[in-house]
Design a protein around this ligand. Structure first.
Ligand SMILES: [Zn+2]
Length: 82
């Protein structure tokens, strides 16, 4: 057992990616995927780092069934050429 550090599952308000972050005093956090800085609003899970990472994978898988994971691909919205 490594540490008592607790983590939370957070969701980016910009790219919608779930990710595990260590619990800090600050309410500010930065998305690992798109770098968006935001305030902590809601935790989708809480526990050890390993627990949270497992939960994150599950959530992102469920989400990925709708669309591909938005990892670093900045797709601009398609426009109808006029
Ligand atoms: Zn993001």
């Amino acid at each position: 057992m490594a540490s008592l550090q607790r983590s939370r599952v957070l969701r980016c308000c910009s790219c919608r990616l779930f990710q595990a972050h260590q619990v800090k005093k600050s309410v500010k956090w930065t998305c690992k995927a798109c770098g968006e800085k935001q305030s902590f609003l809601q935790a989708y899970g809480e526990g050890s780092g390993a627990d949270c990472r497992r939960h994150v994978q599950k959530l992102n898988l469920l989400q990925g069934q709708v669309s591909e994971l938005p990892l670093r691909k900045n797709r601009s919205p398609q426009r109808v050429a006029g």
